[in-house]
Design a protein around this ligand. Structure first.
Ligand code: OFO
Length: 180
């Protein structure tokens, strides 16, 4: 593929891996502060992000190109509150949406229809990703300092279970699909 496109896709592996890493850091902080349910939710999110990174990697390989893995930055290790965590997650998802839109533009400019096709899944996925994070922010804002409300949200969000996305493009390659 065009080197410009390859560079963007390599960068996206890094972005998605960082997403997985920062959500793992959030899960760790939530666990340490007693929010076991929210931690579970974040662990599931971190696993989904790893899949996003794998999709970009698999796609590069499928096109016969060589992927380059870039350095991953250290994420923060603690936040002020669960609300702060989910606000950060929401802002992060908005950033990722911007990245996807940018890659779509590059693919359009290069008339790279195969990449455009693959990116469509991410365009749709980002709508859901932003909605999930934004809903959590709203719920945490509503309960504010109410301990019981926070416990209820923690229990409810802790029911999230990991599932390999059924319709993900170029996924899985042998060794990548892992069950709940
Ligand atoms: Fe959260 O969607 Fe990928 O990064």
């Amino acid at each position: 593929m065009d080197p410009k496109m390859l560079k963007e896709l390599n960068k996206q592996i890094q972005e998605e891996t960082y997403s997985s890493y920062i959500y793992l850091a959030m899960a760790t902080d939530l666990e340490a502060t007693g929010y076991k349910g929210l931690a579970t939710w974040m662990h599931v999110q971190a696993r989904e992000e790893k899949i996003h990174a794998d999709i970009f990697l698999n796609y590069i390989l499928e096109r016969g190109d060589r992927a380059e893995l870039l350095a991953i930055e250290k994420p923060p290790s603690s936040w002020l509150s669960p609300l702060e965590i989910f606000r950060t997650a929401y802002a992060h998802e908005q950033h990722i949406t911007g990245r996807i839109n940018h890659i779509v533009k590059v693919a359009r400019d290069l008339n790279d229809n195969a990449t455009l096709n693959m990116l469509q899944w991410f365009v749709e996925e980002q709508v859901e990703e932003e909605a999930n994070a934004s809903e959590a922010v709203q719920q945490l804002e509503i309960v504010g300092d109410d301990g019981r409300g926070k416990l209820m949200i923690d229990r409810e969000m802790g029911t999230r279970v990991f599932a390999v996305p059924a319709s993900a493009p170029y996924y899985p390659k042998p060794g990548q699909a892992t069950g709940a």
